[in-house]
Design a protein around this ligand. Sequence first.
Ligand code: C5P
Ligand code: MG
Length: 192
Amino acid sequence: MAAVKPLVVFVLGGPGAGKGTQCAKIVEEYGFVHLSAGDLLRAERASGSPDGDLIQSCMKEGKIVPVEITVNLIRKAIEASGKGKFLVDGYPRNEDNYTGWEKYMGDRCNVGLVLFFDCPEEVCLERAMKRGQTSGRVDDNIESFRKRYHTYINETMPIVKIYQDKGKLRTISGLPPPDEVFAEVKKIFDKL
Ligand code: C5P
Ligand code: MG
């Protein structure tokens, strides 16, 4: 019996572009499972994993954790859920993430499309600073934010470009209020 491969939608955008907010809405309306790479890494660190210190220092410096760690967490979460449709949020963030996915997950999942939230740096900054008042995250401060944004421009945008060239990218402005952004998201998911 040929099993149907799980469907994966990658969700990308700068820090504070609204990835998590929109993913929560997509889960509600379209029954996807939301897997945030950042949340999986934070949970791994909090669990007392031997990789915890590395994860923490990467986050603070806005750097990307080696793919072996991240892709393994995503793979385990997909397998454990037993479900068939996933939003993988905040991944692939760089070349290492991209090639690691091809290597470890390429023939296990079907990447349907890549949702990209485009949002100007200063708006992202404002949101991250607001979130920092309650998030307790090590990286919702101005120094870490600038480093994260730098990584996004230099390492993530080339990956976004790859998906654009493949015709898989769907770009949405992350600037308007969440419900307005979601109205655009719906146009894409209604057709999926
Ligand atoms: O997506 P989020 O803002 O939660 O990511 C927080 C941090 O987690 C990133 O700045 C990065 O240090 C780490 N991360 C990573 N690899 C990913 C996703 C997140 O290293 N694919
Ligand atoms: Mg997030």
